[in-house]
Design a protein around this ligand. Sequence first.
Ligand SMILES: Nc1ccn([C@@H]2O[C@H](COP(=O)(O)OP(=O)(O)OP(=O)(O)O)[C@@H](O)[C@H]2O)c(=O)n1
Ligand SMILES: C[C@](O)(CO)[C@H](O)COP(=O)(O)O
Length: 269
Amino acid sequence: MPEEQTSAEAAEPRSPASADTARTAVVIPAAGRGVRLGRGAPKALRPLGGIPMLVHAVRAVARARTVALVVVVAPPDGAAAVRTMLDEHPLPDSAGATDVVVVTGGTTRQESVARGLDALTDDIDVVLVHDAARPLVPVETVEAVVAAVRDGAPAVVPALPVTDTVKQVGPPADGAGPGAPEPVVATPERALLRAVQTPQGFDRATLAKAHAQAPTEGEGATDDAGLVEALGVRVVLVPGHEEAFKVTRPLDLVLAEAVLARRRATDGF
Ligand SMILES: Nc1ccn([C@@H]2O[C@H](COP(=O)(O)OP(=O)(O)OP(=O)(O)O)[C@@H](O)[C@H]2O)c(=O)n1
Ligand SMILES: C[C@](O)(CO)[C@H](O)COP(=O)(O)O
């Protein structure tokens, strides 16, 4: 059964790790409500191929042989349900000796990630942050991010070229309601744009400093790399994968079911 740690326990100082016990952890923010997905359970708890989306995400990262710890950041009112579902869907043998810890999240993704970081053991030196909403990320993408961080990059983000032309819009006209025409102010050069995914990988100290210095008002940062960029730290992109898409709206769930069905037909899992 995954341990649950209180925030006090998670904050307790722990014995420093020796260099040869340095390990990789993945924090999985899974505390969102899934408003854009429509009415229902919190998004991470919704079924995908008959298995909770969160379980797919945990398995996807735990398959990476270097991942030693997974910290699941559960909805505040869903921690018990998350622990139960993780018990009911144990990691495959291929996950090796991966530890799983469940903590409770906050009102923003940024706060949830920060709470996940608080649960890391001192022997963790590389941290990935992976959205539970990206349940089908291939293990190769996870391992490529870990490898790039371990090769010395302080911050590594998987990304894909943008396939739609993107427009920057200006502020809405006074009194404009939802759906009102928006003024276009720029069309960024598409060849210089990338759509970023997760898992985003970091040197632990860099990510901890970024969260410690991040403003906490409002909705918070939409991704962790943005917080690291604010430190002036170089962030590099590595190739993402189209199957690492985020399940946000109902049609994304249809696509995810189709991708999973194709995998089960061809790969048997
Ligand atoms: N307070 C929050 C908000 C989001 N997340 C997590 O961050 C990831 C990306 O967020 P998103 O896709 O926006 O999920 P939701 O916030 O649930 O979606 P919505 O904005 O439609 O409610 C998800 O795995 C979500 O569970 C989180 O842990 N804590
Ligand atoms: C972190 C992320 O998945 C990178 O594309 C994205 O920013 C999450 O956005 P969300 O609105 O929290 O889903």
